[in-house]
Design a protein around this ligand. Structure first.
Ligand code: SF4
Length: 204
């Protein structure tokens, strides 16, 4: 996906399922021939197009605000191709400067659209990371981007991201981690803490 397409798809994916956000994205692209048309349309029309993705009344103005900010930067045309020419940190800073774009959205665009060695920290990546002891749970998802980035070698970033998501979905589930089946159990800080006689359950 082109970086701008990825960015809008990512905004649509927040707080909803992949299926619903996929429908919202498809409908948005079908109703409006260009991103310029999305930017200039009455916000109610954008809202209507993305309704299947949920939270349409907040996502529609946000998408238009992001498009306006990009148009201001480029002088009118809507694209993010100029990010290709930037180093990763500058591209990240630009994305974070857009209205409502946080570390996770920026990381998704950098990783999946621009092929940069950046780790998008979603709920699975964050949970598996703190359970294994890579970081303290209290740091929160936003800071986890920087902390994980410091400890995962660039060449392993993509595999790290994909494997942690798979592990979080299939084994290290949120409410009932399947520790008995887990290949990482011997290395896991959370497992060790839960097995100790004084351990309580944190319900995570
Ligand atoms: S041992 Fe349990 S808590 Fe630790 S990574 Fe495996 S499934 Fe998750």
């Amino acid at each position: 996906m082109a970086p701008l397409d990825e960015l809008v798809a990512c905004i649509l994916s927040q707080h909803t399922s992949d299926v619903n956000s996929g429908r919202a994205y498809q409908q948005l692209r079908e109703r409006f021939p260009t991103w310029e048309a999305v930017m200039e349309a009455p916000v109610e029309q954008v809202e209507e197009a993305i309704r299947p993705g949920g939270l349409a009344s907040s996502k529609a103005p946000r998408i238009q605000a992001v498009l306006r900010a990009i148009a201001e930067h480029t002088g009118g045309t809507l694209h993010l191709d100029f990010l290709q020419e930037m180093d990763t940190e500058s591209a990240r800073r630009y994305l974070l400067s857009l209205p409502g774009v946080g570390p996770k959205t920026a990381a998704i665009v950098l990783c999946f659209s621009l092929g940069r060695p950046v780790i998008p920290v979603d709920t699975h990546v964050f949970r598996v990371s703190w359970r294994l002891g890579f970081l303290d749970r209290k740091v929160g998802e936003a800071r986890a981007h920087d902390l994980l980035q410091q400890v995962v070698p660039e060449e392993d970033v993509y595999a790290f991201h994909v494997h942690l998501i798979r592990h979080g979905r299939q084994v290290c589930k949120a409410s009932r981690p399947r520790c008995e089946q887990c290949a990482l159990a011997d290395l896991c800080a959370y497992r060790k803490a839960q097995s100790s006689p004084s351990a309580g359950h944190d319900g995570a």
